[in-house]
Ligand binder design. Structure first.
Ligand code: PMP
Length: 432
């Protein structure tokens, strides 16, 4: 693995030269949204300046060029996750991608769609299984689907150390399970979940697997077909790309059989006043005008990541992560959320793969106060429940502080952050 030089990459991110509250910005909130390198901004501007035109429509030259760039972007982003272009559906983000799946399954449950879609139909007594560590985006769409179809929602618990309880998973996933939804990496715990084990449990009972890859796609080499999941969602703005673009990956037979969610223009073959026939995937799922410049920006983002090499990205972020966690563990009153190395002792430390994302609690100080204290020192972190309220409840908290890194995070960023965190309890007079 070639080494990554974060200091050199920083030149590509002009925003990192900003000062916040009179201090140099230390941006440790990439888990919420990443910064965008110059190449991404330039790609969008170049398209809007020189090629902007409606895709898949019109016979004029610009429209043809725009279509080519748009479809090239699909091939580039699909390739980044190991997939074929037809296996990538553009969405406006991961939330939309996950809702797309839940509503498509709901439509299959209503008897809509080709005969092949009957295999996805849910009814009374069928079960949808999620994990206790879900982001709300991969939880609430399933709650809604269960309510619409009469299915029952169940969950796989976590151990105290944040790892998934695989023994419980084997008991929760049964012949009644029709869907298994889980995060590749939780946006609070940062732990890479054992995808192969989960997929094997789902396959044994013929359940559809839906993986939330938001927090893995920017940080790990990703081969979605190799992982064996049926469907997976990711968000462009978390992987150095623009807002308003994301992807749904699907196995070809699954995308072929699922009925559409949104309907309208650009997704049909024939239409009469009474009925319509649909294009094959991915167009079947892309009704209406698509986020074209954003797709082209996302392609530039994954080219940028590929240029660095995802193995190098992962190695760098693991290094940053170790420095951050060792530093946090050494600060009195700090409790890391999801810490297998100090947890229940069921597995030796270091066996769990992670991304550079650490959520923690500071005893006696509210997370929002910690966030403000750090902000005053130029350090940007996320505070709150991070759209994972059930997980926080499981850990006995309502909020936490989360620091998350990216390719440009330096050791010095981590040290400024740690120095600031070590001053928090004294500043607030915390004694508990
Ligand atoms: N899942 C996870 C794990 C996330 O971290 C996020 C973003 N916070 C989402 C889903 C939702 O992504 P978006 O809001 O971009 O649709």
């Amino acid at each position: 693995t070639s080494l990554l030089d974060p200091a050199a990459l920083r030149a590509d991110f002009a925003i990192l030269d900003e000062h916040v509250n009179g201090r140099p910005l230390v941006y440790l909130d990439s888990g919420a949204t990443s910064q965008k390198p110059r190449a991404v901004i330039d790609a969008e501007v170049a398209f809007l300046t020189r090629t902007n035109s409606a895709v898949h429509r019109g016979a004029h030259t610009l429209a043809a060029e725009a279509t080519e760039l748009f479809e090239d972007a699909r091939a580039t982003v699909a390739g980044f996750v190991g997939a074929e272009p037809e296996q990538l559906v553009w969405t406006s983000g991961a939330t939309t991608a996950l809702n797309l799946v839940a509503y498509a399954v709901g439509n299959a449950s209503l008897g809509r769609g080709a005969p092949a879609s009957a295999r996805f139909a849910l009814g009374d007594g069928d079960e949808i299984v999620v994990t206790e560590s879900e982001h709300h985006a991969n939880l609430i769409p399933w709650q809604e689907l269960a309510a619409r179809t009469g299915a029952v929602l169940r969950h796989i618990p976590i151990h105290d150390d944040g790892t998934l309880d695989l023994d419980a998973a084997a008991a929760v996933i049964t012949e009644r399970t029709r869907i298994l939804a889980f995060p590749h990496v939780s946006n609070v715990l940062g732990i890479v979940n054992p995808v192969a084990e989960l997929v094997a449990l789902a396959r044994r009972v013929g359940a559809l697997t839906v993986m939330d890859a938001c927090q893995s796609a920017p940080h790990l080499p990703l081969d979605l077909p190799g992982l064996g999941v049926d469907l997976a969602a990711f968000s462009g703005h978390k992987m150095l790309g623009p807002y308003g673009i994301g992807g749904l990956y699907g196995r070809a037979d699954v995308l072929d059989a699922l009925p559409p969610f949104l309907t309208g223009g650009s997704m049909i073959t024939t239409v009469t006043l009474d009925a319509a026939e649909y294009l094959p995937a991915p167009q079947k799922f892309e009704a209406g005008t698509q986020p074209v410049s954003q797709a082209i920006g996302l392609a530039a983002a994954v080219r940028y990541l590929d240029g660095i090499g995802m193995d190098a990205v992962h190695a760098h972020e693991q290094h940053i992560e170790r420095r951050m966690r060792e530093g946090l563990r050494a600060i009195e009153g700090v409790r890391l959320l999801g810490d297998p190395s100090t947890g229940s002792g069921q597995r030796p430390s270091g066996q769990v793969d992670r991304v550079a994302l650490s959520a923690f609690d500071v005893a006696g100080v509210h997370a929002h106060d910690v966030g403000q204290f750090l902000d005053a020192r130029g350090v940007a972190v996320r505070v709150g429940h991070h759209c994972a309220k059930p997980l926080h409840a499981r850990l006995g908290l309502t909020a936490s502080v989360r620091a998350s890194a990216s390719v440009f995070t330096t050791e010095s960023d981590v040290d400024v952050f740690l120095e600031a965190v070590s001053g928090v309890r004294a500043f607030f007079g915390a004694t508990s």
